[in-house]
Design a protein around this ligand. Sequence first.
Ligand code: ZN
Length: 289
Amino acid sequence: MRDLAADETLQFLSLNTGTVRKQGGLLAILDAAARHGISNVAPWRDQVHEIGLERAVRAVHDGGLRLSGYCRGGLFPTDDAHRIEVRDDNRRAVDEAVALGAPCLVIVVGGLPHFARPGSAASCDLAGARAQVADGLAEMLAYAETAGMPLALEPLHPMMAAERSCVCTLRQALDLCDAIDPSRSRGLGIALDVYHVWWDTEILSQIARVGADRMLTFHLCDWLVPTMSVLSGRGMMGDGVIEIRKLRAAVEALGFNGAYEVEVLSDHWWSRQIDEVLSVIIERYRTVC
Ligand code: ZN
């Protein structure tokens, strides 16, 4: 297992820029990352759109930064009236990820149509939403494959099944990968986030099933007790109950050698100074991950 305490250059640490999204725009975040010696980042689409794709590409290049992923595409369930719009939005996400030099585009599949894509006709047909996800993902993969952009499917905690992701377990995500890309040759893999999967009785056996080829990106944070908000109540690594090292060992046993992406979406950490947040991340990365 990699010794993160000895990672003086932070070569295996990545900052998901959503972690400090309330403290400033993308350029300020990239500057702060550079100040702290963090050279891997994973930006969000809205942050890139705010400054424009070209400017974001230049900032990544000029800063000598590497991406560990781009957040995010997907949100497939919608109604017939919006289907083309959703398809085209996802194609733009692929194009942006290519321009930014991302190793993968993270896919959050969406839940019920009116939550996944506000403005869509309301429906509580969860099975129907899952069928749309399978179809939408297959269609998107055909486009992404041509563009050479791997798609990293991220299962989300079942508390988010209605709003954000009707794919709730790693098993479900891997079953989709097997169905859509049985030959494992088209660039469909997994974004594994400890926050969403730590509770799963099958997690270790399912991680073993992922394989090095499909293990595209790995997200770190912690699960606080109590958790006041599943959306914005994530904990800093070491402040909660997730056995991060155990999960990291399982992922490394696959042969994963990518960066560990810290994604702490939290009202608490959004209210702190950006330099304080990054200092704590680095300290926890070296001591508890
Ligand atoms: Zn994540």
